[in-house]
Design a protein around this ligand. Structure first.
Ligand SMILES: CC(C)(COP(=O)(O)OP(=O)(O)OC[C@H]1O[C@@H](n2cnc3c(N)ncnc32)[C@H](O)[C@@H]1OP(=O)(O)O)[C@@H](O)C(=O)NCCC(=O)NCCS
Length: 261
């Protein structure tokens, strides 16, 4: 994506968050976005090239710089805590959106509770039952692919197949977790966490933790003694989420898949 587009996308996303202000303290050519008077995004020109500079955790910043040629340490800012992004083929809309959300959340989390903007939280968590496949079809946007009525009904009606949906105050689905109870002749029952996903606009508000907590409670009530899942080693948000729910991460294991049978 080109630098100009990165800037306009980042600025549009930043203005959607609660209590964001846009000012020009460094002159008319730099747009500064703040929450509670703390900057999280700067859109400016560096050597006549349009760039954005964002707050970012040091470890994540290092990983991003290794992966993307056009992401460099924050220009004129603390190089450990800020990144500057210029136009580049590997910079996608999704990446820009994720990084702007991340920057905003980092600043909000660093604020004293009283200064944090009020924001909507999950209103309801519920298990989707076999007689309600339409709910999954209606919330297809949360899944990797369009959900079919048959696929939803099939999953929901199978023993030990569980799906929790998190709902916004408007009743809109904002996240889900699915699990499958596994049995083996020599083992105690365990819960496999099949999929976990939260709508981009609702991330970093504890939705995934609430969903995993609900699945864990359900697993316990079914007599499961453990829960497990897998994810890519580079999926930092997923690993952080599982760890914050008490999971241990086994880095020595590998995934084996047969793509075609
Ligand atoms: C992974 C995912 C489900 C997390 O959802 P979420 O609702 O934003 O997570 P939560 O707000 O409940 O956060 C849970 C914990 O993880 C941490 N975390 C979440 N996203 C993070 C990020 N991007 N960077 C660092 N920490 C992060 C939170 O700080 C929180 O930790 P804490 O309780 O110690 O403060 C979400 O990012 C997502 O849908 N990703 C795409 C799909 C995916 O990768 N699914 C999982 C693998 S199948």
């Amino acid at each position: 994506m080109e630098g100009q587009r990165i800037q306009s996308l980042a600025m549009r996303i930043a203005l959607e968050f609660p209590e964001v202000t846009q000012t020009n303290p460094f002159g008319p050519d730099s747009e500064v976005f703040k929450v509670a008077d703390k900057m999280f995004l700067l859109a400016s020109d560096v050597n006549a090239e349009p760039v954005i500079t964002l707050k970012c955790e040091p470890e994540y910043a290092t990983a991003l710089r290794q992966e993307h040629e056009s992401i460099v340490p924050g220009y004129h800012l603390n190089k450990r805590h800020w990144i500057t992004i210029a136009g580049g083929a590997s910079i996608t809309d999704d990446l820009v959106q994720d990084l702007v959300i991340n920057a905003y959340e980092l600043v909000v989390e660093s604020l004293p509770k009283k200064k944090r903007p009020a924001r909507a939280t999950v209103h309801d968590l519920r298990i989707v039952t076999a007689d309600d496949p339409a709910t999954l079809v209606a919330n297809s946007a949360l899944f990797d692919h369009q959900v079919s009525a048959e696929g939803a009904a099939d999953f929901l009606s199978r023993p030990g197949h569980i799906l929790f949906l998190a709902l916004s105050p408007d009743g809109e689905g904002v996240g889900f977790v699915s699990g499958v109870e596994m049995r083996h002749p020599d083992k105690q029952p365990e819960m496999f966490v099949y999929e976990l996903g939260v709508d981009k606009d609702w991330r970093r508000r504890g939705v995934a933790k609430a969903l995993l907590g609900a699945l864990r409670g359900e697993a316990r009530s079914r007599g499961c003694t453990g829960m497990w899942t897998g994810t890519e080693a580079a999926n930092g948000p997923a690993i952080a989420t599982y760890q914050s729910m008490g999971a241990t991460v086994d880095t020595a294991s590998v995934f084996i898949t047969w793509d075609k049978l």
